[in-house]
Design a protein around this ligand. Structure first.
Ligand code: GLU
Length: 458
């Protein structure tokens, strides 16, 4: 159909969801839901704007800014802002689309949205970052609000950027409100929000391990390959180590650090990497230091998957399409039994098809079990939802309270996907249910039902 724009990443995310709905009994039981999918696949609104700012040399710079307000059936639009040179409408539409169903799976009242800019924070000074954030929010502030649309961080946007944007929103709108999440602790941020995506990912995988092993196994003694080295990867790694697992890899866009021999990344090494990221530096800048060079191999231009040796768990936590079909086969050959996305759409469709075929062809414990980002990485936005709740009540919960709620949300997210899969795509005897189909169907059904009650489709 010629009137459909060419948006490869969005098409990939749409087809991934649509194919799991088609291959389940959902459309047989509820044929009218096809209409809902047709309506839900078009954003309610897309805002595009220019962002003009001044660099340290006093020269004019201009970038493209966006906010995709995809779906508000369950609550205000909610989802992060990505600052990365690759950002375009196709990428933000895929992210916004995923976010709708992810947010539904948290059980909290949040719609789905995503935004950002094709601005590259790498190599920019702190002052340039601040000036960009101020310029970006000068326009975005007209389109968001605590009850309308609540952005947060994503790649390239963390606490510092959220602070600058919050300050500019407050100046222009003259309102102190929970318009962004991932805020600083003393001005409305929630404890555990920085940790939430990585911790939540590991809590989710704990349930996968427990279920697949009939309650016999845990993270203790498991070798875990992680990609990425940002917020999600760092906190996933720390939680794996805390639970007795070993972390054998981390990476960035330029290369991977892979453990040689026994041992694991340690919390101290992860702290050094976290500091690098604050300085917007690459892993290559520490790869040759005494602390790293004897223990880790730095593989320039490589992702970790085919270099990690035997692993039990893989957690892609960098960016979209970071596991190819070939890498999926490599992970299966390396004995990997659990793969869960800390990133959004971390696996290509080829990789998902290979994991799902292996799951279907093997009995429980012998199969690889794949969990999609919209379920496995929902912990971040879940704690954003808890931050919104705390802001509305004008109070703060303790770290323990938030962590307990996060654990509960990840548990129900896992069981919701599992039970929905059993209901709509009944697996063969002894075969693990499809978490990708179950999570897609559970998230979609909830959104579609609310949209119908609102008269969005009929
Ligand atoms: N960017 C995160 C995600 O992909 C968090 C979004 C949020 O907290 O609103 O889910």
């Amino acid at each position: 159909m010629s009137n459909i724009p060419h948006e490869p990443e969005f098409e990939q995310a749409y087809k991934e969801l649509a194919s799991t709905l088609e291959n389940s009994t959902l459309f047989q039981k509820n044929p009218e839901y096809r209409k809902a999918l047709q309506v839900a696949s078009i954003p309610e609104r897309v805002v595009q704007f220019r962002v003009v700012w001044e660099d340290d040399k006093g020269e004019l710079q201009v970038n493209r800014g966006y906010r995709v307000q995809f779906n508000s059936a369950l609550g205000p639009y909610k989802g992060g802002l990505r600052f990365h040179p690759s950002v375009n409408l196709s990428i933000l539409k895929f992210l916004g689309f995923e976010q709708i169903f992810k947010n539904a799976l948290t059980g909290l009242n949040m719609g789905g949205g995503k935004g950002g800019a094709d601005f590259d924070p790498k190599g920019k000074s702190d002052n340039e970052i601040r000036r960009f954030c101020v310029a970006f929010m000068t326009e975005l502030c007209k389109h968001i609000g605590a009850d309308t649309d609540v952005p947060a961080g994503d790649i390239g946007v963390s606490g510092r950027e959220v602070g600058y944007m919050f300050g500019q929103y407050k100046k222009i709108r003259n309102q102190w409100e929970g318009v962004l999440t991932g805020k600083g602790g003393s001005w409305g941020g929630s404890l555990i929000r920085p940790e939430a995506t990585g911790y939540g990912l590991v809590y989710y995988v704990q349930h996968m391990i427990k279920y697949a092993s009939g309650g016999k196994e845990s993270f203790a003694g498991k070798r875990v390959a992680i990609s990425g080295s940002g917020n999600v990867a760092q906190y996933a790694a720390l939680k794996v180590i805390e639970l007795g697992g070993t972390v054998v890899s981390l990476s960035d866009s330029k290369g991977s650090l892979v453990l040689q021999g026994e041992g694991s990344f340690t919390p101290e090494e992860i702290a050094l990497i976290a500091q690098l990221k604050v300085e917007r530096k690459q892993l290559s800048s520490i790869a040759n230091t005494d602390a790293f060079k004897n223990k880790f191999k730095y593989l320039e231009g490589e992702r970790p998957w085919l270099h990690v040796g035997k692993v039990d768990v893989a957690l892609p936590s960098a960016t979209q399409n970071e596991v190819s079909g070939e890498e999926a086969k490599g992970l299966i050959a390396a004995g990997c039994k659990f793969i869960a996305e800390g990133s959004n759409m971390g696996c290509t469709q080829e990789a998902i098809d290979i994991f799902e075929a292996h799951r279907e062809a093997n009995k429980g414990g012998d199969a690889i079990w794949y969990a999609p980002g919209k379920a496995a990485n929902a912990g971040g936005v879940a704690v954003s939802g808890l931050e919104m709740a705390q802001n509305s009540a004008r109070l703060s919960w303790t770290a323990e309270e938030v962590d307990e709620k996060l654990k509960g949300i990840m548990e129900s997210c896992f069981h919701n996907g599992l039970e929905t899969a059993k209901e709509y795509v009944t697996p063969a005897e002894g075969v693990l249910p499809s978490l990708v189909a179950g999570s897609n169907i559970a998230g979609f059904k909830k959104v579609a039902a609310a949209m119908k009650e609102h008269g969005d489709w009929w």
